[in-house]
Unconditional design. Structure first.
Length: 125
């Protein structure tokens, strides 16, 4: 199977040697998306970052021919355990039901103002 590079102006441009997503057959694998505002480069509080993070993933999935509704696996990386509840409030609000399988970890993220990063696997119907 051939790999297809997915790019969109609807999400931040990668800051390293990787693509926003790769599509193989009917599966899409996104790179981690942060809650960075594409226009300003700024990050807000956890609620703002969670909304932007999920919104950025939605934009990447749309460019790949799918959507958040077709996410089957999400992996969430968070800086602060204290932000867990606030992130989950936004996650449940924005992610369609049934919620996908998910793994989460608390880690040191790339920049000090980054509170959350998420990557997903989705299918293209």
């Amino acid at each position: 199977m051939e790999k297809q590079v997915i790019r969109t102006d609807g999400a931040p441009t990668p800051t390293g040697p990787f693509n926003q997503a790769i599509r193989v057959g009917n599966l899409v694998f996104t790179s981690g998306q942060a809650g960075r505002n594409r226009e300003t480069g700024k990050m807000g509080d956890i609620h703002d970052q969670a909304r932007r993070c999920i919104g950025n993933i939605g934009a990447v999935l749309q460019a790949a021919g799918t959507s958040l509704e077709n996410v089957v696996k999400a992996t969430v990386f968070m800086r602060n355990q204290a932000d867990w509840k606030a992130f989950n409030e936004v996650y449940v609000e924005m992610m369609p039901q049934p919620l996908p399988a998910r793994s989460s970890a608390f880690v040191e993220l790339k920049s000090p103002d980054m509170l959350v990063e998420m990557e997903v696997i989705a299918f293209v119907p």
